[in-house]
Design a protein around this ligand. Structure first.
Ligand SMILES: [Zn+2]
Length: 136
């Protein structure tokens, strides 16, 4: 599906709609093949506007993380503490996300992670959880 960012819903809205429907997708450039997240109007590598959505596996590794213990944005105060992280998808793009299903004390960089949807506040958002039984 080629994005029609200038007509109707933005490509960011389209990405969120697809993700909330359970799809795991990133943008793919039709000119150079670069995969990217977050959704942008142009390719981050060649500036082409020929972008579409590409399914990804949802497999990732934990690149970096921190545990938010206090002073979160007001909408997130009720959810403290939580782990905020950057994961690297198996296909390459990185994603700022939440880690769910585990205490932050047991997180380690390079842990295998898997994309999941979780309710954060009143919204379903893409989060990541450790792969059960996997080790670093
Ligand atoms: Zn490109």
């Amino acid at each position: 599906m080629t994005m029609q960012a200038d007509k109707g819903a933005s490509f960011v809205d389209i990405w969120w709609d697809r993700v909330r429907a359970g799809e795991k997708v990133v943008q793919k450039c039709g000119q150079c093949g670069t995969l990217q997240l977050h959704p942008r109007r142009r390719c981050n590598n060649c500036a082409s506007a020929d972008l579409s959505f590409e399914p990804v596996s949802g497999e990732a590794t934990l690149y970096s993380f921190t545990e938010i213990l206090r002073n979160a944005p007001s909408d997130f105060m009720a959810q403290l503490p939580y782990a905020l992280a950057i994961v690297r998808l198996a296909e390459g793009p990185q994603m700022l996300t939440r880690i769910v299903g585990v205490d932050a004390d047991s997180l380690q960089c390079d842990m295998p992670m898997r994309w999941t949807l979780a309710e954060i506040g009143e919204r379903m958002v893409p989060c990541f959880a450790p792969v059960a039984g996997a080790s670093v």
